[in-house]
Ligand binder design. Structure first.
Ligand code: FES
Ligand SMILES: [Fe+2]
Length: 355
């Protein structure tokens, strides 16, 4: 997993007001809890004293109390009380916990998974999903690395096959482009914008990415590093996904159906609920196949034989590899100003195993 990123890892309503939540994310056992003001703390779920799970304890004011001997820890991981030593006793500095900065917005909780920074840059979100939208969430656990789950959502070739009974109806098997452009949003080159145009194959040659018209419409798909995705269905309907890494072999999916065409409170909730089974069905159509990938993260050197339509996956892998190497240099081929990069050079890899 890539360090020094904001990872969306939970929905807000998973962390109760008065009870700690134990959950595995990023391969680590973590505890999330809320202080008296409702602010969320994320810390390792291991008491430094005798190393039992803090999540079995209780919230006391602005501290989390260990169930074993009652040590209390505040929101930055400092021990504030060792009952056996008495209230007035000094607390050894060594008795403390690592915490991750948290950010809660849009009904989601993100953690800054990396080295401390002051200030930590603001976590990204899709600004097109404004407060005029309401949503319903499908949660699903997939037995795959989160990079594989992300790539599935960038895979524009699979639609008429895995989803031939749902969103892939119509037999539009021919993939033009797609056109991929990078954008700087919260961090350098962290957002992938994608325009696609699948068609019924009548013998025509698919357009190469560079032949697709300069987009003057909103991208159909967007991916925001490290783990957010947005599908612009139309002005009033969207699908959003967060891919929360549980560990190297499992991903917690949060897929939301967003709409703004019905805003009356009760009616709005009914419409959203009605969309839930359809979205679950689509997700399950993907899940069965994606879980059969070779285990582990996706990789440029994974031995796959990629085609032109896989360009978004190639771009994702390239940037992911850069971030894993700790590099942030703008690669050659950026021709569209300081913040944008056209994905043309990647096509050199097509038809061969990228390496
Ligand atoms: S193990 Fe937590 S207080 Fe002793
Ligand atoms: Fe799919």
């Amino acid at each position: 997993m890539i360090r020094n990123q904001w990872y969306t890892v939970l929905e807000s309503n998973e962390v109760p007001r008065h009870t700690p939540l134990s959950v595995t994310r990023m391969g680590e056992r973590l505890v999330f809890w809320r202080n008296s003001g409702g602010a969320v703390t994320c810390m390792h779920d291991i008491c430094p004293h005798r190393r039992v799970a803090l999540s079995l304890g209780r919230i006391v004011g602005d501290c989390l109390e260990c169930p074993f001997h009652g040590f209390q820890y505040d929101g930055v991981g400092r021990c504030r009380l060792i009952p056996a030593n008495g209230k007035g006793a000094p607390i050894p500095q060594a008795i403390r916990l690592d915490t991750y900065p948290t950010h809660e917005a849009h009904g989601l909780i993100a953690i800054w998974w990396g080295e401390p920074r002051d200030p930590v840059p603001a976590p990204p979100h899709f600004e097109a999903l404004d407060e005029s939208f309401s949503y319903v969430t499908v949660r699903d656990r997939w037995a795959t690395h989160y990079s594989r789950a992300i790539e599935n959502q960038l895979d524009v070739v699979h639609l008429p096959f895995l989803h031939k009974t749902t969103i892939g109806r119509g037999g539009r098997t021919l993939v033009n482009g797609p056109l991929v452009r990078w954008e700087t949003h919260a961090f350098e080159r962290d957002r992938l914008n994608l325009w696609l145009k699948n068609e019924v194959d009548t013998g025509q040659r698919p357009l190469r990415p560079e032949e697709m018209l300069e987009p003057n419409r909103h991208p159909g798909l967007q991916f925001q590093f490290p783990n957010l995705w947005h599908n612009w269905i139309n002005d009033t309907v969207r699908v959003f996904a967060a891919f929360a890494p549980i560990d190297d072999a499992n991903t917690q999916m949060y897929v939301r159906f967003y709409q703004s065409f019905v805003r009356t409170p009760v009616l709005r909730d009914l419409v959203n609920l009605a969309a839930w089974p359809f979205n679950l069905l689509i997700l399950r159509q993907d899940k069965a196949t994606v879980q059969t990938h070779v285990p582990g993260p996706s990789d440029l050197r994974g031995g796959e034989k990629l085609i032109q339509g896989d360009l978004p996956i190639i771009e994702f892998r390239r940037r992911r590899a850069e971030l894993l190497r700790g590099q942030s240099a703008i690669p050659e081929g950026d021709t569209d100003g300081p913040n944008m990069a056209v994905a043309g050079p990647s096509t050199a890899w097509l038809g061969a195993t990228p390496g």
